[in-house]
Design a protein around this ligand. Structure first.
Ligand code: ADP
Length: 434
């Protein structure tokens, strides 16, 4: 029979076991809460880096923002970025730093910039993965040990900025306390490295586009400028040949000379358009308050021969006063009206209507025609340089008119696009801010 003592002991043991189980449960709950809290912190860090990356319009500010956020998250005093040269791939130190204490860590920064590509980031770039330094003073190949330890730095790590599988940079961080490798943290940093890699990719593509646009610009200018004079000479001599030897030439020769002069003239138009295109992107806008109606009237006056030849009926509604470069905007109307009278449909008497109305914070002006129209799949293409969708002998042109128009309108802060006219033909619409 169990004694009363035994019963009490058993009860006490039971109680103790229960208490222990409760303590264990509380410990697990607390651990989970902390993990959840850390997770929340990590998510916030990722979100902040993502937001800064999206907003950045250059690589270095994006790296700078990431460094500040990571240092704040870890409460570490030093962060720094390296970037790989696009052409050679060689890693170089950037001027992008976070230093909690300039006086204390300044010497470490200066030495790092002097070395350019120290051991730690080089290791990261070569391996394509993060690397942890438990103690900067004893780490083999670290290279900056003395100055780092002198500034009171203890541990650090670096991780790659990855564009796909290519390492295009590296970020390094240092603490003034000893810190053991933290796999969770390194996984988080790997994600940041991928995010920053996307910024590098995006910004490099943008720079490349700007470069090629500038090249095209320079080419357009040079071509139009330098080709004009010899071409004028060729045209002049061929015409002279026709005139001076008119009695000695037969019809066949005269026809050939006619074709040559015609070719020269077409080339001249193309060169003029190229020059206009390049000017539309570079000359400063002379903005003033102008009545759009007057610009349309002036454009129609210049187009009088085309109006007469096409027999087009042109209707111009009430148009607003806008803030624009009068010469350039008149050119836009002239191109749109000229196209409207050029791309006419057979057996349809041409009709052109210009109307306007308010649009988001500005005006919309539409030039509608009942001509041959533009297929929806070509609606964007017609604005590209040299793009012609109705070529051949029927319609002559350089394919630059609409590219010039779009350039001018966009430089005014507006948009220009084309839609199908429900009544047949096309409607070109442009917007201008107020
Ligand atoms: P161009 O008229 O010198 O060929 P544009 O840049 O002005 O060059 O126009 C590009 C192309 O867009 C034209 O070749 C033509 O195929 C098409 N296009 C332009 N305007 C019209 C229009 N009003 N109706 C139908 N097609 C048009």
């Amino acid at each position: 029979m169990r004694s009363r003592f035994d019963e009490v002991t058993a009860l006490r043991e039971e109680l103790e076991a229960e208490r222990q189980a409760r303590r264990e449960a509380e410990r697990i709950a607390e651990e989970n809460a902390r993990a959840l809290y850390d997770r929340q912190d990590e998510l916030e860090l990722l979100e902040m880096v993502a937001a800064a990356s999206n907003e950045a319009t250059a690589i270095e500010p994006a790296l700078g923002a990431a460094i500040v956020h990571v240092c704040a998250h870890m409460r570490w005093p030093v962060g720094h970025a390296y970037i790989a040269d696009e052409a050679s791939g060689a890693l170089r130190s950037t001027a992008v730093w976070y230093l909690e204490d300039e006086a204390r860590y300044g010497a470490f920064r200066d030495l790092t910039e002097e070395v350019g590509a120290p051991g730690l980031p080089m290791r990261v770039v070569e391996a394509g993965e993060p690397s942890w330094v438990a103690d900067v003073a004893t780490e083999p190949g670290f290279g900056r040990a003395e100055v780092a330890a002198g500034a009171g730095l203890r541990s650090g790590f670096a991780f790659p900025v990855l564009m796909g599988t290519d390492t295009v940079g590296a970020l390094e961080f240092f603490s003034d306390r000893a810190a053991e490798p933290d796999p969770v943290l390194l996984a988080l940093m790997a994600q940041i490295g991928v995010q920053l890699g996307r910024v590098v990719e995006r910004e490099r593509a943008r720079e490349e586009l700007e470069r090629s646009n500038a090249d095209l610009e320079a080419f357009a200018y040079l071509a139009s400028h330098d080709l004009a004079a010899p071409l004028r000479a060729v045209g002049g001599f061929v015409s002279l040949l026709g005139r001076r030897y008119v009695d000695q030439l037969d019809d066949d020769a005269r026809e050939i000379i006619g074709h040559a002069v015609d070719g020269v003239q077409r080339m001249q138009t193309m060169i003029d358009d190229l020059l206009l295109y390049s000017r539309a992107g570079t000359t400063d806008l002379q903005r003033e308050e102008v009545a759009a109606g007057e610009l349309v009237t002036a454009a129609l006056r210049d187009l009088a021969p085309a109006v007469a030849e096409s027999g087009a009926q042109v209707e111009v509604g009430e148009l607003p006063t806008v803030r624009a470069d009068a010469t350039q905007l008149q050119r836009v109307f002239q191109n749109l009206l000229s196209n409207a009278m050029k791309y006419t449909a057979p057996d349809v008497s041409p009709r052109v209507v210009v109307r306007s109305g308010p649009a988001d914070g500005g005006w919309e002006i539409a030039v509608a025609d009942n001509g041959i129209g533009i297929e929806p799949r070509n609606a964007d293409r017609v604005f590209e340089m040299f793009a012609r969708v109705h070529g051949g002998a029927d319609y002559r042109g350089t394919g630059l008119g609409l590219a010039i128009c779009r350039r001018i309108v966009e430089r005014h802060g507006g948009r220009l696009w084309v839609e199908a006219n429900p009544g047949g033909g096309s409607v070109f619409r442009l917007t201008l801010p107020r």
